[in-house]
Design a binder for this molecule. Structure first.
Ligand code: FMN
Length: 317
């Protein structure tokens, strides 16, 4: 089975991917958080800091685009091909209100004819293979068969299905029956994504859906960076490994942001998941939440690393 790291905007940026890849290899690919191509067909400096090949050296990455404009998509795909990427992913899942209001991300699923026309143009002219990362619909999984009929007309490199609708955001339990139905109907390669936290969760999905081409993991892999090693029969992360991982991320973010306070702020987002690997976390979690600046942050982190480590992460997000 191929395992992919899901894109998580604000968490799995280039600096994160480098450190995770070095200390916990095991993800076959890292899908990059979305980039919205600009109308003037020019990547912004901020976008370039994430997609430039130099910052992703040695890490197998797939860039992701979020747009409903086929020309903008095709321009960006051309640039990404020139940078050396071999696939580009389309975001059809982002549930954020500001995104869906513009009919992008999961909002694109609400206008199937427009989506069909977009895919027709993109697949007839894309310089790179295109994968699609989709939800089941906007309001109801009953929307998915229609969307699948549209997807099935085009040679997607991979259909990554997050079996929730937009209105579920990330809260509602994943809809495995609807996923099973989709897997039966769709003729191409399918990747499952959503809600997997432990190696046992992963094994259960693989056992239930033997036709899968790949499995994508996001928050569970943030909670337990060694999850894929465990899934392949290896040992869980030791405290020393987790410490080294944290410290490497902290140093890398200090360099990236030129500010220890900013690095600490950025890492708090990761702890939102990673704390699930520690028992008796309540006091340390409170201290971490309240920490202002790098010195208080480091104090809270010391306290966390004195806590007992769990074998599997607990879902706390
Ligand atoms: C904070 C956050 C940021 C995300 N950013 C992206 C993104 O940029 N592109 C995307 O396709 N999905 C994004 N997602 C969705 C994840 O890739 C994934 O589909 C979702 O978290 C469910 O999988 P998981 O339960 O394994 O995390 C994001 C999710 C979260 C929670």
């Amino acid at each position: 089975m191929r395992y992919y790291f899901a894109p998580l905007e604000g968490v799995t940026g280039a600096a994160f991917r480098q450190v995770h890849r070095r200390l916990f290899p095991g993800a076959d690919r890292y899908y990059m958080p979305f980039v919205s191509p600009t109308r003037d067909h020019c990547f912004t400096p901020r976008q370039l800091r994430e997609v430039a090949p130099e910052v992703n050296k040695g890490v197998p990455c797939v860039p992701q685009l979020m747009t409903r404009d086929a020309e903008d998509f095709l321009w960006a795909a051309g640039e990404l091909k020139a940078m050396g990427y071999d696939e580009v992913d389309l975001n059809l899942g982002c549930p954020s209100g500001t995104v869906t209001a513009k009919k992008k991300g999961a909002g694109f699923l609400s206008v199937p004819e427009e989506l069909d026309a977009f895919l027709d143009t993109v697949f007839s002219r894309s310089p790179l293979p295109v994968s699609l990362k989709t939800r089941l619909g906007v309001h109801d999984p009953g929307e998915f068969p229609r969307l699948l009929d549209i997807y099935a007309q085009y040679p997607a490199a991979l259909l990554i299905i997050h079996p929730r609708v937009r209105d579920d955001f990330y809260r509602h339990p994943v809809r495995l029956d609807a996923f099973e139905d989709a897997l039966r109907r769709y003729p191409g390669r399918v990747c499952y994504n959503g809600g997997l936290v432990t190696a046992a969760d992963l094994a259960a999905v693989e056992a239930r859906f033997p036709g899968l081409d790949a499995v994508m993991l996001g928050q569970g892999l943030l909670a337990d960076p060694a999850l894929l090693r465990k899934a392949r029969g290896g040992p869980p992360a030791s405290l020393e490994e987790l410490r080294a991982y944290h410290d490497a991320l902290y140093e890398s973010y200090c360099r990236r942001f030129q500010s220890p306070d900013h690095a600490a702020f950025h890492l708090k987002e990761l702890w939102h998941y990673l704390l699930g690997l520690f028992d008796g976390r309540e006091g340390a979690a409170r201290r971490l939440r309240k920490a202002r600046g790098a010195a208080e942050y480091r104090g809270a982190v010391e306290e966390i690393f004195r806590l007992p480590l769990r074998r599997d992460a607990e879902k706390i997000w």
